[in-house]
Design a protein around this ligand. Structure first.
Ligand SMILES: N[C@@H](CCC(=O)N[C@@H](CS)C(=O)NCC(=O)O)C(=O)O
Length: 233
């Protein structure tokens, strides 16, 4: 597609600023990764609220952008070679935005791979495991009598938190400098206490490096701005 208006999603969520990156999202841990990155990188964008209700995230309009029916997704009207680029999967979007802006992805090839390693650790481990913790501990699955799924994901959360605690020893951020790996990890670790009320069972309060990391993360102005994009109501 050669113009933003060629994307069917723009009929349902029209662009007021077609020259800006179009963000289709909701303020969940995966959603705010992208708004925080856009804020941190200073890239102009326009956010559209796509709620998690089937009427939005499973609409034909949204599926035309992400057949996997999950936020976040973007269209950059000024993608590679000046053509529009559509992307879903928050990890892919973070890499794209960091490379476009030339920041938050390490300064050397070796550093870049280290950032990607911790980004993949979030995408393949922290996100899926904590998502299941949320389901089986805090939400609908908490009514299931069989304790094994709950125990499994509490155990995984504790294990992953121990990995992060160790990695943060002597470092402010996962790879030293603040990068997209932190933008991916910070919102998920924040959700343990704030969204899932799982502070006790996961033992997150007993991890001093993680606690200091989350305080540093929450203090960043771009994190504060990105966390409420798009507004829920
Ligand atoms: N791996 C995907 C996961 C995205 C994801 O799970 N999004 C959730 C909200 S946090 C969603 O859109 N859920 C709606 C649904 O499953 O119907 C990513 O990182 O972008």
């Amino acid at each position: 597609m050669s113009a933003l208006s060629d994307f069917p999603i723009t009929a349902r969520w029209p662009a007021q600023h077609p020259d800006r990156i179009q963000l289709y999202s909701f303020p969940t841990p995966n959603g705010v990764k992208v708004s925080i990155a856009l804020e941190e990188l200073g890239l102009p964008y326009e956010a559209h609220k796509v709620t998690l209700s089937d009427a939005d995230v499973k609409s034909d309009a949204f599926l035309s952008l992400n057949p996997n029916n999950k936020i976040p997704a973007i269209i950059d009207p000024d993608g590679p070679d000046g053509a529009p680029l559509a992307l879903f999967e928050s990890g892919a979007i973070l890499i794209y935005l960091a490379e476009k802006a030339g920041a938050l992805i390490g300064n050397t090839p070796a550093e870049r791979y280290e950032v990607l390693q911790w980004l993949m650790f979030q995408m393949g481990g922290v996100g899926p495991m904590l998502g299941q913790l949320g389901y089986f501990y805090a939400f609908k699955g908490s009514e299931i009598e069989d304790a094994r799924p709950r125990e499994r994901y509490i155990g995984e959360a504790r294990r992953l938190l121990a990995v992060v605690e160790k990695q943060l020893s002597g470092r402010d951020w996962m790879t030293g400098e603040f990068t997209i790996a932190d933008i991916a990890i910070g919102p998920w670790l924040t959700a343990i206490e704030k969204t899932y009320k799982a502070g006790d069972v996961t033992g997150i309060r007993d991890l001093p490096n993680v606690q200091a990391y989350l305080a540093r993360f929450a203090a960043r102005p771009a994190v504060q701005a990105g966390c409420s994009v798009p507004p829920r109501d």
